[in-house]
Design a protein around this ligand. Structure first.
Ligand SMILES: Nc1ncnc2c1ncn2[C@@H]1O[C@H](COP(=O)(O)OP(=O)(O)OP(=O)(O)O)[C@@H](O)[C@H]1O
Ligand SMILES: [Mg+2]
Length: 428
């Protein structure tokens, strides 16, 4: 996806060149327009969007690019508005945005569905894809990290649907999350220790609950000496470490030749041959869960991933189902015992009804009792009331000492843990 163009650079470009665009348009259409007059701008346009040279007159090309750059249509102001996270276009008359954790309908509309499709096609084109009439689905990452999904009729019954998850310019750290009340001071410190001690962690939550953002924040505590391999469908993680290899899956594409899919599973297997110190999988949602568990059980400690689930228990049953998708015919007990020995901690995050995101559980997996995986909650969030539409509650340490104390000691974090929990740690 190296020839992708980001929405942000598109916007910056359109803004900074607005004047030039109108002048150039004038020149291009002027009877005396010649390649000589438009060549410099055409080259600038080419450079700005990183487009490869193509056939055709420079004037024609320039006009085409200008059209592309200025045709984000009515959603342009939404793209520019930093307080908006998500833009959801459900056909021409129904456009929603997510602002401060809450969905709201905008009064913006498109004249008709073809205009929505035109914007969708333009976005697809900028990442080198086309909305194929036989498979009108595009899932893409723009260069600035924004994520876009397009689904057009006949699959989308009421018109072309575009879902944009804008890249958050401000990277959220655990310290910012403390200030925002996503975690308490104590819980924030606890999560830092989890990141440092190379525990295998699943961040679990509903859609848009902030899983990837939290995973990113925890990853900031990975030692800079470690070699990290990240695997994602659309590369969203922004690791600060110097030694990171980013891998991204690839769907089947139909161009001149049919290009095969490269799945999450292929990449997890491949990552194991790359001598990783840690493997970060953006989200597990299928058979790759099996390879991820294998990796966690075979010395790739400190692996982190996210999963769609509404409760830590639910996360375990989802994992079990996903491992089932690998079709290995493993008995339930052996799947569960793999899960229980692979994962140390499940961190549950929720976007609550007041629009705020909070870490609601930190649960530790401690083993098996007969066929059941046993867990203990180390932290829970208790709702105590509501004030002016905002929930009031507390993030509470349950008083249970984590079983991963040895590992905390091994990584020299015991004093920090003792002061975080405000207790003396038991002798090991
Ligand atoms: N703690 C937070 N405070 C403010 N905004 C947040 C927070 N966490 C996430 N967001 C914003 O919410 C949106 C969704 O976040 P994120 O991508 O992390 O969620 P997710 O659970 O991984 O979503 P998905 O289910 O689509 O994978 C993003 O735009 C992000 O910037
Ligand atoms: Mg995510």
């Amino acid at each position: 996806m190296t020839d992708a163009i980001s929405i942000e650079s598109l916007l910056n470009y359109v803004q900074s060149l607005e004047q030039q665009i109108s002048e150039l348009r004038h020149e291009v259409h002027h009877p005396s327009a010649s390649d000589a007059t438009v060549v410099p701008v055409a080259h600038a346009v080419n450079r700005a969007i990183g487009a490869p040279a193509r056939d055709g007159s420079v004037a024609a090309l320039t006009e085409q690019f200008i059209e592309q750059l200025s045709s984000m249509g009515p959603i342009q102001p939404l793209l520019q508005d930093d307080s908006i996270n998500d833009i959801l276009i459900n056909g021409p008359d129904s456009i929603y945005v997510e602002r401060s954790g809450k969905l709201e309908r905008t009064d913006i509309t498109f004249p008709n569905d073809s205009e929505v499709l035109a914007v969708a096609e333009q976005i697809a084109k900028t990442v080198g894809r086309a909305i194929n009439p036989s498979r009108p689905l595009v899932d893409a990452r723009l260069l600035d990290g924004s994520r876009v999904n397009i689904i057009a009729p006949p699959l989308a019954v009421d018109g072309t649907s575009i879902s944009i998850r804008k890249f958050a310019k401000r990277g959220l750290t655990l310290d910012i999350m403390k200030e925002q009340g996503n975690v308490s001071q104590q819980l924030g410190e606890f999560l830092k220790i989890i990141g440092k001690c190379k525990l295998n962690v699943m961040v679990s939550g509903g859609t848009g609950s902030g899983k990837t953002t939290l995973l990113n924040a925890i990853s900031q505590f990975i030692d800079h000496k470690e070699r990290v391999v990240t695997i994602e469908d659309a590369a969203e993680l922004r690791l600060q470490q110097p030694h990171v290899v980013r891998l991204e899956t690839k769907p089947v594409t139909y161009g001149q030749f049919r290009e095969e899919e490269v799945s999450m599973r292929d990449l997890v297997k491949n990552a194991l041959r790359m001598r990783p110190d840690r493997i970060l999988v953006g989200e597990v949602r299928g058979a790759e869960a099996f390879d991820m568990m294998q990796a966690m059980n075979t010395g790739h400690e400190g692996s982190l991933t996210t999963i769609h689930a509404n409760h830590p228990r639910d996360c375990l049953s989802r994992l079990e189902n996903m491992i089932g998708m690998a079709n290995l015919g493993l008995p339930t007990r052996s799947i569960r015992s793999q899960i229980s020995s692979a994962i140390n901690v499940i961190i549950q995050i929720s976007r609550m009804r007041d629009g705020h995101r909070r870490v609601t559980y930190v649960s530790e997996i401690i083993g098996m009792e007969q066929d059941i995986i046993t867990m203990q909650d180390l932290f829970v969030y208790n709702i105590l009331g509501e004030e002016n539409g905002k929930l009031k509650g507390e993030f509470k340490w349950t008083g249970i000492m984590p079983r991963f104390l040895r590992r905390v000691a091994y990584y020299g974090e015991q004093d920090r843990l003792a002061s975080c929990l405000g207790v003396r740690l038991p002798k090991l």
